[in-house]
Design a protein around this ligand. Structure first.
Ligand SMILES: Cc1cc2nc3c(=O)[nH]c(=O)nc-3n(C[C@H](O)[C@H](O)[C@H](O)COP(=O)(O)O)c2cc1C
Length: 305
């Protein structure tokens, strides 16, 4: 018997635990000529805002040792174009569609969440809380527990159908306090981690390599930090967790699952090898067979300490 790979993230039924991470897989269509999207457990689309957003000026991406810095600035087509032009393509596939959303103030998140709640083809919402709140002087929603609670409660109160995943920012001293704040205020699941703030300088010109000066670090460099955070959070909350950060192969993904994640998401690796998620899935299957584990759920949080 092949191992059982179905997992359930707060009511989102995934046929396997491997997702494509937000911002690294476009709206799915961009990758559809490189791999069969039907094989993925789910796709988390690029962060969506109510209105179209241009993002930051270039250069917006820099390669770093064992990773990359990006300062895309959340460029996206906006809700209307997404629903009319992007979602119909995605719904042709047998994979869960999760929408990552962002805003500059609580009201932006609330409006977009309310609109998406009635869209049948969507399986879940993921809140990107790494954005600065312009009304609160630019503090990121995800770094202040009170601000996060206000946001999560406001969005949760608008949802009648969609599970709410809160995607945690690692740019905090106590990730557990933030995770508990999300749980208390009504999150149905957590995903972690988003990128770590970093910076790179061209020493010849003494100029920053990114036009935005700072950017988000992702890729293998952040994997051990992400595994540590997932492990800490899994001890402290009851919510299902999606683990991500620097997953390049099935072993990296397995670390997250053993640390307590019920599903994983592949980000930066998509830019190197678009088929990475499928390779990870095959590696996961092989591992379960070799370890004589019948159901991937048995592995979740099975760290031996
Ligand atoms: C180019 C790029 C764009 C991203 N855009 C988003 C986004 O729109 N929303 C979001 O929540 N995370 C975004 N992320 C963060 C990723 O989803 C992921 O959390 C992070 O990159 C860590 O995973 P990785 O190391 O596998 O890439 C982006 C990352 C990259 C590299």
């Amino acid at each position: 018997m092949p191992p059982q790979l179905n997992v359930n993230i707060a009511g989102i039924k995934l046929k396997n635990p491997v997702l494509a991470a937000s911002g690294t897989f476009g709206y799915g269509e961009e990758y559809s000529r490189w791999l069969d999207l039907n094989q993925l457990g789910g796709i988390v689309v690029k962060g969506l805002s109510l209105n179209p957003h241009q993002g930051n000026p270039p250069p917006r991406i820099v390669e770093t040792p064992a990773g990359m810095l990006n300062a895309i600035g959340l460029e996206n087509v906006g809700l209307k174009v997404f629903l009319e032009e992007k979602l119909p393509f995605l719904t042709r596939f047998d994979t869960a569609v999760i929408i990552n959303i962002w805003g500059k103030e609580v009201a932006d998140y609330v409006t977009i969440a309310k609109e998406l709640d009635s869209v049948r083809e969507i399986a879940g919402l993921e809140l990107n809380v790494s954005c600065p709140n312009i009304k609160k002087g630019g503090i990121s929603f995800g770094t202040n527990p009170d601000l996060l609670m206000e946001l999560v409660q406001a969005v949760r109160s608008q949802l009648t159908r969609l599970p709410l995943i809160v995607k945690l920012s690692p740019n905090v001293t106590d990730i557990v306090a933030i995770a508990i704040a999300a749980e208390k205020s009504g999150a149905d699941a957590l995903s972690l981690i988003n990128t770590l703030i970093g910076m790179a300088i061209d020493v010849k010109t003494r100029r920053p390599r990114l036009a935005n000066i700072t950017g988000g670090l992702s890729g293998p460099a952040i994997h051990p930090i992400a595994v540590r955070m997932v492990w800490q959070v899994a001890q402290a909350v009851k919510l299902p967790i999606i683990g991500l950060g620097g997953i390049m192969n099935s072993s990296d993904a397995l670390e997250f699952i053993i640390a307590g994640a019920r599903a994983v998401a592949v980000g930066t690796a998509n830019f190197i090898t678009p088929q990475t998620s499928i390779e990870i899935l095959n590696g996961l299957r092989q591992y379960l067979v070799e370890q004589k584990i019948e159901d991937v759920n048995e592995l979740v949080g099975s760290l031996a300490v």
